[in-house]
Design a protein around this ligand. Structure first.
Ligand code: EPZ
Length: 423
């Protein structure tokens, strides 16, 4: 099990290439199931979650080939023979549920293991199931699987009003609606850039979609979809994560491929904290304006609000800010597990339900800490970069799900960081 060893080493200088978005790739890959034509995705990130989705699609009979050192994926579902997504793969990654909509839409049936909860919350999939039921599918939950079946004539278009915003449920419904008979309207749909990216790819495949990026998406079903080649949008969560490195350590770092529109709410908070972000023709340049950032209050919300996936990382920054910050996590019920680990490094954090109150300290101190989930793991690394002394972050398999070569990218900017592999 690998660990990562970091020694606080002062300001960072250099540039970091930002990869394609994990959470766009994880919904674009299942889109191959909607057509028997080839789908090619470029700018794909090289992450363990992508390898898990590859295994899942291959277990259904789809072909998935990594080209160009894994930054291109060539997919084909011409020979899909199974519509059963087994628990042993699904339990490794919740996004596996995103094969449900495409399978029911194209093959009329699916047996998908229920994903189960994860560290940050119960994360049910009831909205996914309700959306497909609105299109005429029957959902039978038994032995830990959802057995879905479309009506004889296939899914029907429907008006679907989501009671609250769900990224995954919007993605499943959007994909299924492309092959439904008639018109589907998604109301209170998620507006994340990953949804916009999915809609663009589906449109290139022949889908008729309008309104993506707004709360109302309208889809005119078609009988078949074709193939396409699609470049995956930049990963706004990886982008925001690395923007925090110069903010917490000092110095100046350029994030190649960064775009302010992907992280506008996040940039507003950085500006309030005293961190400047400048758009260049290569990406975003980030530098702290003064010696120490100022405390700010943060509330996580669906896009275009402050992303929950940057909450843990922002907390690391605010642990060293001047003043008291209040972070409210409104998306997940248990997403402060990084707090006790940061406290081991001298952070002062008081968690009461969904609110964490952070009293900034001058300097954190290195300590052995443990990663608990994907975004918590990288918040510990950010804290360690600015801490005095040595930090060993264990269980970094969480990290490798969503961050490609994190130690290389940070070392290139002057960080003292290395991966320690233990038998
Ligand atoms: C996606 O998860 C992302 N994952 C998450 O990123 C991200 O945190 C989340 O959206 C919110 O932005 C992928 O895209 C693969 P939701 P998803 O459905 O779709 C509840 C990361 O770190 N809910 O928008 O699962 C749910 O429990 C990951 O990359 C239901 O109750 O999130 C949560 O509290 C972590 N019933 C809230 O809604 C449902 O049917 C938002 O979940 C669906 C969701």
């Amino acid at each position: 099990m690998d660990s990562i060893l970091i020694r606080g080493n002062g300001p960072l200088h250099g540039s970091v290439p930002i990869a394609g978005a994990k959470n766009a790739c994880l919904t674009l890959m299942p889109a191959t199931l909607l057509t028997d034509q080839p789908l090619t995705l470029t700018n794909t990130p090289r992450l363990s979650d992508i390898r898990t989705m590859t295994q899942l699609l291959q277990s259904l009979g789809a072909e998935v080939a990594g080209l160009n050192a894994g930054t291109v994926l060539a997919l084909s579902s011409h020979d899909v023979t199974s519509q059963r997504a087994d628990y042993d793969i699904v339990r490794k990654m919740r996004a596996s549920i995103l094969v449900l909509g495409p399978l029911v839409a194209r093959f009329g049936q699916a047996e998908v293991s229920l994903p189960g909860g994860c560290a940050i919350g119960a994360r049910p999939v009831d909205l996914h199931l309700r959306a497909l039921e609105s299109m005429g599918a029957t959902m039978d939950l038994r032995d830990g699987y959802v057995h879905a079946r479309a009506p004889a004539g296939g899914l029907r278009g429907a008006v679907i009003e989501f009671p609250f915003v769900s990224v995954g449920a919007t993605e499943n419904a959007l994909m299924a609606a492309t092959l439904a008979r008639g018109t589907t309207v998604l109301r209170n749909a998620a507006r994340e850039p990953e949804i916009v990216d999915l809609a663009r790819c589906l449109r290139a495949m022949g889908a008729r979609i309008q309104g993506e990026g707004t709360p109302t998406i309208e889809i005119e079903g078609v009988t078949t979809l074709g193939g396409a080649t699609h470049r995956i949008v930049t990963d706004r969560i990886e982008l925001g994560t690395y923007m925090l490195a110069p903010a917490i350590c000092g110095g100046q770092v350029e994030l190649l491929g960064g775009r302010i529109d992907l992280v506008a709410a996040f940039c507003e908070k950085l500006d309030q904290a005293g961190v400047s972000v400048t758009q260049t023709d290569r990406g975003l340049t980030v530098a702290r304006r003064n010696g120490r950032v100022r405390a700010v209050d943060v509330v996580t919300e669906p896009f275009p609000g402050f992303p929950t996936d940057l909450q843990a990382q922002m907390m690391a920054l605010l642990c060293t800010a001047e003043g008291v910050s209040r972070l409210e996590e409104r998306i997940f019920e248990n997403r402060f597990m990084h707090a006790p680990e940061l406290a081991r490094m001298g952070a002062r954090i008081d968690v009461q339900g969904g609110i964490a109150t952070v009293t900034g300290v001058e300097r954190l101190r290195g300590a052995p800490v443990m990663a608990t989930d994907l975004r918590a793991s990288v918040s510990l690394i950010l804290a360690a970069l600015a801490a005095e002394g040595e930090t060993l972050v264990s269980r970094v398999y969480h990290l490798d799900r969503g961050y490609e070569r994190v130690e290389e990218k940070l070392r290139a900017c002057g960080a003292q960081i290395e991966r320690v592999t233990r038998a």
